[in-house]
Every structure is written in structure tokens, then in C-alpha cells.
Ligand binder design. Structure first.
Ligand SMILES: NC(=O)c1ccc[n+]([C@@H]2O[C@H](COP(=O)([O-])OP(=O)(O)OC[C@H]3O[C@@H](n4cnc5c(N)ncnc54)[C@H](O)[C@@H]3O)[C@@H](O)[C@H]2O)c1
Length: 434
């Protein structure tokens, strides 16, 4: 199959490289010329483990190319994927569809022969209808089908997720389009991945419902963690106890500082807005958003409490800035709420992240960025673990104690065992554990 991928970001680049690795011929298109130039030079614009090797291999073998304009790739394509951003619209929290609409308009101008237009971006229910209307307006003669195919990959494990997904959801009633989609994902049939064909609107809603559910699950265990703290229970024991029940499942039951990232916050909000417009409010998700927002602010107070209640004039070393490990993505990372809240309480912050520093510099002010974890804790009154990068899991606690002004650790990811850290003479606070 010949594939054009419009938008070469976290989703488009991974999807494009993986489709090429399945044996298809893929052109990844992005209007960001700098990004395309770097990709052509073999430099990855994002950090995603294994992506550089996968891209290099498929470029070398002639299945993957990059372009700044859609014309040629779309003309030749069996399937054109829309994988552009759908950020929260300023002011009202609805998904901003301007990039999707622009991409549809552009595609329509170039398509030739039967073309399947596949929406991979996360888009509100009914967007497929809008894309179809745009194409019909620009090219009344076009022979095309508009399909919804939401992406469920996780940053940091994106390649494995794309190649071994729990399921693929394809929303279309068009039999010719189904055939193209079956062919595109054929390698996954061999692994017996469930490919779920649904109506287009059901597919669009499936993505939002999945993300909102996961955000809710995280928020649930976070509230249970608070209760554990109040009652002297251990959230990790409770999470294991409930997670072994197959009806609940053990994933996404790790208590922490509140969810963030490029998807959950914006998608939960967009679902709430869509539901309100449809006069069918989705209260559980609204509450989830409110509880999560409050939680991130509460984390600064938790740090203050661990340091005796007063942050004025104190120096804090923060380890981890990205919203999760193994990515450089800083979009809506909890650090962007928690660090300013610490500063507002009077603390000075120094910080280190293995991949997020470049982006963090543009988003956080008055932070002293350091080159390594030990540099980030030199002379501090407390260390705060904010993202559970592997390299923070086995820090040399004795060395840390010598470097720090006071041995206080606030572990917002429950990376360490309380008794181990305390045995090294630290005052140790974590989430939902005595
Ligand atoms: N990041 C994730 O983990 C993830 C997971 C599942 C779904 N999604 C969804 O996938 C979509 C893309 O997310 P992302 O994180 O990859 O975004 P991104 O911001 O990393 O990438 C989007 C890219 O599209 C490009 N672009 C925008 N308009 C264009 C146009 N008209 N022509 C060519 N290129 C254009 C931008 O320059 C940018 O490089 C979003 O809807 C998101 O919600 C993201």
C-alpha cells in the first residue's frame, strides 16, 4: 500500500515508520520544514526509544520518505492519514480542529483515484462528517472514503504499542475502505490483534471514552492514596489487592502527583465539552478534571509539609520534568503546575530531566537547570522525584545525603521503599504510604 501521513509528530512519525516497517511505502509530510530537514538528515525531532533506528532502517530500504508538501504523496496514495495536532482551543476547551480542517482541504486538492482518508488525530464525534464535507466541497468529483482510526499508543513505548496493540479500531461503513484498512494492518492479523470495525462516530467516541476512563482510573487511585494517608493504609497494597481482580485490572493504579501529558487533560476536557453540547453531561469526567487540577496544586503543599511547612528561602532539587519517563514531551506535564506552585511558596528550584530540559527551558522560568541528578540536588533542602525515569530508581543515597543541605526526600512516584530511604537517614514522604 502507498501511504501519505499528514503531520509528522509523536503519532505521525511513529505510525509512518511502523507502517513502512510493515512493508508499505510511506511518505511523512509536515509543514514544519525544519522538522523535515532534520528527518532527512537522520536527526529525530522527538525522543522516542528505538525510533531513530526504525526510521533509519526504513529510509535505507526505500520505504520511508519525508516531504513538506502533500501533493505527490497524496496523489499516489491508497490511504492518507491525518495525524496533526488537536490541542485544546483557548478559552473553551473544545478540541481545536483548525489543523485537521486545513489538512482535509489540502488533501482534497491533490487526491486522485479511490483514496481512503484516515483520521488518526483524536477528534470530536462528528469530525469525520466535517472532513467528508470539506472534501466534497473542494472536490465534488473525488472518489474517497473518510475513516476514523484513533491511535492508542503511549509515548515512551510507542513502537511496541503500535506494532502490538491491544486492538485496532476502524470506524467506517465503506467496504472498499475496510479492505484498504485490513491490508494496511495485515501484519497485525498474523498476531491475532483484534481489529474492531465500528461506525465512524462510535470509533471517534471510543478514543475519548478510553482516555477519559484511564484519567478517571488514575484519579480514583490518587484519591484512595489520600485516604490511605489519612487512615494509615498503604495505597500500593490496596492497588495490588484491587488490581488482581480481573474486572478492575492492575494497570493505571499507580498513585502519583496527578495525570498530565499531551492527551488526557485535553481529551477529558474536550469530552466534557462535547457531552455538554449534546445535552448529556458526563459528570464523572468533569469531577475527574477538577480533582486532578486540585491535586497538582496540592503537591506543592505536600512538599512544604515535608519540609516543616515553610518554603521561603528553601532550595528544592526536582528530578524529572516530563509527564512520564522515556519521552521528551512536556505538554501539560505536572511539573509545569507543581514547580511554579513551589516557587510561589517562596522556594528556589533547581532541576534535571534526562530528555526534557530543552523543552522545559522554554516553559519554566527562574529554574536552575542542571546536567545530572546529583548536580540537581547539590545544596538543596529537599529532593522531589517528579518523574520516574529509570536512572532515578537507584540513586546513591549516601552520596545524595552528602551533597544535600538537609536529607529530605519527597517521592511523588513511590519509586523507593520507605524503609530503605529512612535507613539512610532521610526524612521520606511518598504518596499514600505510611
Ligand atoms: N502524543 C500521543 O501520545 C498521542 C497518542 C494518541 C493520539 N494522539 C493524537 O494524535 C494527534 C497528533 O498528536 P501528536 O502528539 O503527534 O502531535 P504533534 O504536535 O507532535 O504533531 C503534529 C504535527 O502536525 C504538523 N501539522 C499540523 N498541520 C499540518 C498540515 N496541515 N500539514 C502537515 N503537517 C501539519 C505539525 O507541524 C506537527 O509536527 C492529536 O490529535 C493527539 O491527540 C496523540
Amino acid at each position: 500500500m502507498r501511504v501519505a501521513m499528514i503531520g509528522t509528530g509523536y503519532v505521525g512519525l511513529v505510525s509512518g515508520a511502523c507502517f513502512a516497517d510493515f512493508g508499505h511505502t510511506v511518505c511523512c509530510i509536515d509543514k514544519d520544514a525544519d522538522k523535515i530537514e532534520r528527518l532527512r538528515a537522520g536527526v529525530m525531532p522527538i525522543y522516542e526509544p528505538g525510533l531513530d533506528l526504525l526510521v533509519a532502517k526504513n529510509v535505507r530500504e526505500g520505504r520511508l520518505s519525508f516531504a513538506t508538501t502533500a501533493a505527490e504523496a497524496v496523489r499516489n496514495a491508497d490511504a492518507v492519514f491525518i495525524a496533526v495536532g488537536t490541542p485544546s482551543r483557548r478559552g473553551d476547551g473544545h478540541a481545536d480542529l483548525s489543523y485537521v480542517h486545513a489538512a482535509a482541504e489540502e488533501i482534497a486538492g491533490f487526491m486522485d483515484g479511490f483514496t481512503v482518508v484516515v483520521t488518526k488525530s483524536t477528534v470530536p464525534i462528528g469530525t469525520g462528517d466535517e472532513i467528508e464535507a470539506i472534501i466534497r466541497r473542494v472536490r465534488p468529483d473525488a472518489d474517497c472514503a473518510v475513516v476514523s482510526n484513533p491511535e492508542f499508543l503511549r509515548e515512551g513505548a510507542a513502537i511496541a504499542d503500535f506494532k502490538h496493540p491491544d486492538r485496532v479500531v476502524v470506524g467506517t461503513e465503506d467496504e472498499r475502505a475496510r479492505e484498504v484498512m485490513r491490508e494496511l494492518y495485515r501484519p497485525l492479523f498474523l498476531n491475532e490483534t483484534p481489529i474492531l470495525f465500528t461506525g465512524r462516530r462510535s470509533s471517534e467516541l471510543t478514543k475519548y471514552a478510553a482516555n477519559a476512563f484511564l484519567a478517571m482510573k488514575i484519579t480514583f487511585i490518587n484519591e484512595v492514596a489520600d485516604l490511605c494517608e489519612a487512615l494509615g493504609a498503604d495505597v500500593q497494597q490496596v492497588a495490588r489487592g484491587i488490581g488482581l481482580d480481573n474486572r478492575i485490572g492492575s494497570k493505571f493504579l499507580h498513585a502519583g502527583p496527578g495525570y498530565g501529558g499531551s492527551c488526557f487533560p485535553k481529551d477529558a476536557l474536550a469530552l466534557v465539552r462535547t457531552a455538554a453540547d449534546a445535552d448529556s453531561p458526563i459528570d464523572l469526567v468533569e469531577t475527574t478534571i477538577r480533582v486532578n487540577d486540585q491535586r497538582k496544586k496540592a503537591m506543592a503543599r505536600k512538599v512544604a509539609t515535608a519540609m516543616g511547612g515553610e518554603l521561603a528561602g528553601k532550595r528544592i532539587g526536582v528530578l524529572g520534568l516530563t509527564f512520564k519517563p522515556n519521552t521528551d514531551d512536556m505538554r501539560d506535564a505536572p511539573s509545569l503546575d507543581i514547580i511554579p506552585a513551589l516557587q510561589a511558596l517562596g522556594a528556589e528550584v533547581q532541576a534535571f530531566d534526562p530528555e526534557g530540559l530543552h523543552e522545559a527551558r522554554t516553559l519554566l522560568s527562574e529554574v536552575a537547570f542542571k546536567d545530572g541528578p546529583y548536580e540537581a540536588i547539590e545544596g538543596v533542602d529537599a529532593v522531589v522525584i517528579l518523574t520516574e525515569w529509570d536512572q532515578f530508581r537507584a540513586l546513591d543515597l549516601d552520596r545524595m545525603k552528602l551533597l544535600m543541605r538537609r536529607p529530605v526526600m519527597v517521592d511523588l512516584r513511590n519509586v523507593y521503599r520507605p524503609e530503605d530511604v529512612r535507613a539512610h537517614g532521610f526524612a521520606y514522604t511518598s504518596i499514600g504510604r505510611p
